[in-house]
Design a protein around this ligand. Sequence first.
Ligand code: HPA
Length: 270
Amino acid sequence: MLAKIQETAAWIKSHTTLRPTTAIVLGTGLGRLAEEIEVIETFPYADIPNFPVSTVEGHSGCLIFGRLGGKEVLAMQGRFHYYEGYSMKEVTFPVRVMYELGIQTLFVSNASGGTNEGFKIGDIMFITDHINFFPEHPLRGKNFPTGPRFPDMSEAYDRGLLDLARTIAKEKGIAHVEGVYVGTSGPTFETPAEYKMYRVLGGDAVGMSTVPEVIVARHCGIRVFGISIITDLGVEGKIVEVSHEEVQKAANAVQPLMADIMREMICRSC
Ligand code: HPA
């Protein structure tokens, strides 16, 4: 596995002169930030050696190298979800490659269902912590030399980056909420009883991604900042039928604000 990761990183390095230390993972309906990148190189996942093969036609995604906020960045347009059938090693493979490429800071975004009674659709949630509810752990198996066998998770989401995000949001007058993201396998959205359970367990929002990537990033010593867009509500009395289209629509509506925060953070932090 390590040989494959290094082979992929070597291939990428030989195809671009850029050496970014910042990476971004763009979630559902949140691809707009990519449009603001001054793109230097685009690699469709299908062209990158050892990259997982897409299961959804026309949904393959690409790795973008370019400049944003005056900094060199690497952006993943489209991620690999566990519910698509990828193994945890495949889901987190790009993060392992990022480490080999010299990435030190990772910005992640996603869409989620809010379980916090105070949240509303369209809220921008800074992720302060997570609960891993995936049925398989991304670090299960032989330990990678990037980190210890039993990695610390006391600060999965970097406090310095969170403070910077708060400052920027305040300066720009962008309202935000903060909370704990629960990562589940999906692909079903939650039953009302499940939303309630996640709330009781300490979750403010629930979604189907991010947690595996963040765990592996932390195992690689990469600092992480995460934003979740609340696209539907799993709050008693406010639960209505959810569809992927509605999730995309709700995420799409606030993505300019999210992009604004992330761009400014990249400009100031890296
Ligand atoms: N549950 C799980 N994943 C999601 C949701 C949700 O309500 N909304 C967007 N992604």
